[in-house]
Design a protein around this ligand. Structure first.
Ligand code: SAM
Length: 349
């Protein structure tokens, strides 16, 4: 097992407890010392541990197709600096340079991993000038470009996010959501295809707007699977505008808030919405779809890729709709997908 952003060794400790061979590297010598200290506990362990100072972009000490599992938590671009002046520390880079360098890490990951094995990466988004910076999706893209396919997207919720007081009030006053989730993405090195061409029509769309709904202040909105659409639309209306329409019903784009449930008419929708007036809020509901071959095809990543360089639409929020579903007792090879996404864009031209 490999963690190339090993830090203080959380993965290393779990490997010891699970009797797995572990290779951990980090650019920071002090982190490696700390990881060694953290591993210094009594436990009947029969595996090998290799901890070393190194750069995740260069894994030349590892042979091709030699690793069974990668599990790592990258240093987010520019959020927390892990070292003071180490020029190889990726946390010193701005977003664009960070993504260029993370692509090198993704390429090395693909090279050293055995065929059909998994690489799990924990990554989140950032906020700049009240707009979300979708660093998570952009990092996922780099791993996809390296050749990986998506096996799972697990939403990690931040439970310590305060939703009252100062932040609650500011989230309303300045109209932004507190980031309360990260993505734990499990990639697979496989030749199986992740293409998806299922016909998707939104039939019998029904919803009702609830006036006295709980006002959400974070990026994760929790509902029952039976009423998530009512709750989501009611919250969008409460936050953005009472003057709203659902594009799927009559292709209307004239309201202040346009809600679109992603279907086969995405290209038409984009053409239409470019004609809408400025400052419209556009909310696109997307799913992660499980393919028959077990891989995941994420509509939200597809939509964000398509709109990334769109001069009319700027991404404002990535909202996770977390659905309470009945707990499945039987453990299957695939996780039960119990989230959807609302991608919020603002029309800027
Ligand atoms: C989010 S932390 C990892 C936390 C870790 N899971 C733990 O248990 O402490 C990211 C780590 O990446 C390291 N890092 C930054 N740039 C690196 C690079 N080019 N190669 C390897 N490690 C790097 C930082 O020193 C930091 O320890």
């Amino acid at each position: 097992m490999l963690d190339y952003f090993c830090g203080s060794g959380t993965t290393a400790v779990e490997c010891k407890l699970l009797n797995r061979n572990f290779i951990g590297i980090d650019i920071n010598e002090k982190a490696i010392e700390l990881a060694k200290e953290n591993l210094n506990f009594e436990y009947l362990f029969g595996g090998d541990v290799d901890l070393r100072v190194g750069d995740a972009r260069n894994l030349s000490f590892l042979e091709d197709s030699s690793v069974d599992l990668i599990c790592s938590h990258p240093p987010y671009s520019n959020i927390i600096n892990y070292t003071f002046d180490n020029e190889h520390d990726l946390s010193h880079l701005d977003t664009e340079n960070f993504l260029n360098e993370i692509k090198k890490v993704a390429d090395e990951s693909y090279r050293v991993l055995k065929d059909e094995k998994f690489c799990a990466i924990l990554i989140g988004d950032m906020r700049k000038n009240k707009l979300v910076v979708p660093l998570g999706f952009w990092t996922i893209d780099k791993y996809l470009q390296a050749g990986f396919k998506i096996k799972e997207i697990i939403i990690k919720r931040q439970h310590n996010c305060k939703t009252t007081g100062f932040w609650y009030n500011n989230s309303i006053k300045y109209n932004f959501l507190l980031l309360a989730h990260e993505y734990l993405v499990v990639f697979q090195k496989t030749d199986r295809s992740d293409s998806f061409d299922e016909e998707k029509n939104i039939a019998d769309l029904s919803y009702s707007v609830i006036d006295d709904i709980y006002f959400e202040s974070t990026s994760v909105w929790i509902s029952n699977s039976s009423n998530y659409l009512d709750n989501a639309i009611s919250n969008l209306v409460k936050r953005y505008s009472k003057n709203f329409c659902i594009y799927n019903i009559n292709n209307d784009i004239t309201a202040n808030l346009v809600v679109y449930l992603l279907d086969n008419k995405f290209e038409e929708f984009i053409n239409d919405i470019q004609k809408a007036n400025n400052n419209r809020i556009v909310a696109i509901l997307c799913n992660d779809n499980r393919l028959d071959n077990g891989l995941v095809r994420s509509e939200s990543i597809f939509v964000e890729q398509k709109l990334r360089n769109n001069e009319y639409l700027k991404i404002k929020e990535i909202i996770i709709l977390a659905l309470n579903t009945i707990n499945e007792t039987n453990i299957t090879e695939n996780l039960n997908i119990n989230h959807k996404y609302l991608l919020i864009y603002q029309k800027v031209k």
